[in-house]
Design a protein around this ligand. Structure first.
Ligand code: NAG
Ligand code: NAG
Ligand code: NAG
Ligand code: NAG
Ligand code: NAG
Ligand code: NAG
Ligand code: NAG
Length: 448
């Protein structure tokens, strides 16, 4: 018995001892972290539904989780979960093949759909094999469907533009325009522009970014601030002051794509550097933390995961804007080392914690902790692999520029006139709920 305990103790105390000079060691660690992630995945359990997390985790977070795992497939050549990931991504496409499955339709927000959109965009850019056509459209077509349906909800009548947080009027938050929804649209547009070379997407990305700046959800100071959102009833002037890593990260990543496709233009270079400066304020002595909630011990299940997508975006930025690499890479590396040390808890001995800066497990555990550790650790490998691919470079995913438009929105894409700016439009009122009616398909009314 004593011997057993000693052996157990040695095994446990060595948990996730990563040699960051070795891809193999990094990938071994991320294997263990993913086993922990799948503890929270219904689809990995007998009889569990593909694409769903166990309670209490929300649907959007599944999109975030699979996004991190697709990156692991790529960065670590890890095919172990390829079928699981394909099944998960296919399972949630929905009737209209736009990531609005009927089980989410009453509750889905623009941000939820947007995070799934970023997942399939990433799958296309990494050449993750498309599902067979009888199962689902290509990842590219699915990303285009998410883009098309989100852009169709652009709302110039309130606060001069922007997406609302919620898609449907019956949900709390319909009055709120949040940054993450708009940041997702901005970034998906920028990535589609780079991937397809179609400049319409670039125009949309410009429009969305301009709006975020006009309405001061992105404050382009030297250390840019990215605020969480504002209410239509307050003319979008009542900005929530909270700053979250994921808002910064998704805006940052979008800027990096725009910087790259404009061949390093001065305008996007300046925006990128400012948002990057703001993003680096989430590091303390080189170690990433969730500033708004971590030290007061108030991070909820969503917020515990935010450093996950933030890490992915930071790493992509260092690839698409190589001049940022020298500032980003040491922060990722040091945070990854600390995060790995935090993965030393729980019964398995490698459960990841929330606070990284103490180089030890802090007693916290959950899906968010696993996801954040996965992405910061695997992104130490980002420069060992080629950058995101494009159609020009022989990307294989099948696209469809009109995807998603056949059912849920009235007509084709039109750009809002650029002249409509905040000052002209603020306070146009709430009467525009009616404008949404065409977007709501018969099936929802039937289910009410
Ligand atoms: C990793 O490599 C760097 C130089 O590339 C070296 O300075 C460092 O000591 C190495 N660390 C380990 C743990 O081998
Ligand atoms: C993945 O495969 C590529 C090509 O075979 C190889 O160069 C690379 O080292 C591998 N990476 C890992 C982390 O195994
Ligand atoms: C991109 O910028 C570089 C450096 O300014 C310049 O040499 C090159 O011609 C530009 N390429 C395009 C396609 O504009
Ligand atoms: C765009 O990204 C590619 C791939 O990483 C990189 O080689 C290129 O230098 C980037 N362009 C600019 C202007 O930074
Ligand atoms: C960002 O931070 C760097 C380093 O602190 C500083 O040199 C630069 O002026 C800041 N602003 C921009 C826009 O890059
Ligand atoms: C981290 O270490 C500091 C200083 O030793 C201590 O005060 C703090 O409680 C620790 N935090 C956690 C989350 O363990
Ligand atoms: C470019 O994208 C727009 C918006 O989705 C679409 O209407 C148009 O057909 C696309 N053009 C091409 C050549 O694919």
């Amino acid at each position: 018995m004593y011997v057993l305990l000693v052996i157990l103790n040695i095994v446990l105390s060595n948990a996730l001892d990563v040699d960051f000079n070795s891809s193999e060691s990094i990938c071994d660690a991320t294997k263990l972290i993913q086993v922990g992630i799948l503890d929270y995945y219904e689809g990995a359990k007998p009889g569990g539904r593909a694409g769903f997390l166990v309670k209490p985790y929300y649907w959007w977070m599944a999109g975030e989780a699979f996004g991190g795992m697709v990156e692991n497939w790529y960065l670590c050549n890890n095919t172990e979960y390829q079928d699981l990931l394909t099944d998960a991504m296919v399972s949630q496409i929905g009737e209209n093949k736009d990531y609005m499955p009927s089980h989410q339709k009453m509750v889905e927000g623009n941000d939820d759909q947007g995070i799934w959109g970023l997942l399939v965009m990433g799958a296309a850019e990494r050449n993750f094999p498309d599902a067979p056509p009888e199962r689902a459209p290509g990842w590219l077509a699915l990303a285009q469907a998410v883009f098309n349906t989100m852009w169709a909800r652009w709302d110039p009548e309130n606060c001069g533009g922007g997406l609302r947080w919620q898609i449907f009027p019956w949900n709390g938050g319909y009055d709120y325009k949040n940054t993450i929804s708009n940041a997702c649209l901005f970034q998906i547009a920028a990535r589609l522009a780079r991937f397809t070379g179609n400049s319409t997407y670039q125009d949309v990305a410009e429009t969305v970014f301009d709006w975020l700046v006009d309405v001061k959800l992105v404050e382009l100071e030297n250390d840019a601030r990215v605020l969480d959102g504002a209410h239509i009833s307050e003319r979008c002037e009542d900005h929530s002051q909270l700053e979250w890593t994921y808002n910064h990260g998704v805006v940052l990543g979008g800027c990096a794509y725009m910087y790259n496709i404009t061949n390093g233009s001065a305008v996007w270079g300046d925006r990128l550097n400012k948002v990057l400066n703001g993003s680096l304020l989430f590091f303390e002595n080189g170690i990433l933390y969730e500033r708004a909630c971590q030290d007061v011990n108030k991070c909820n299940d969503d917020q515990r995961s935010f450093r996950s997508i933030f890490s992915r975006m930071l790493a992509l930025t260092s690839v698409l804007a190589p001049h940022t690499k020298a500032r980003i890479e040491p922060n990722i590396r040091k945070s990854a080392e600390a995060a790995a040390k935090s993965c030393s808890g729980g019964r398995d001995g490698h459960t990841c914690g929330m606070v990284w800066r103490n180089y030890t497990w802090d007693g916290k555990y959950g899906l968010g902790e696993q996801l954040s550790a996965l992405e910061i650790i695997q992104n130490t490998l980002i420069h060992t692999k080629p950058p995101p691919t494009t159609a020009n470079e022989g990307a294989k995913s099948q696209g469809d520029p009109g995807a998603g438009l056949q059912l849920s929105s009235p007509n084709s894409i039109t750009l809002p006139t650029r002249q409509i700016r905040l000052k002209d439009r603020v306070g146009a009122g709430f009467a525009t709920v009616v404008f949404l009616l065409p977007f709501i398909t018969g099936s929802i009314w039937m289910s009410i």
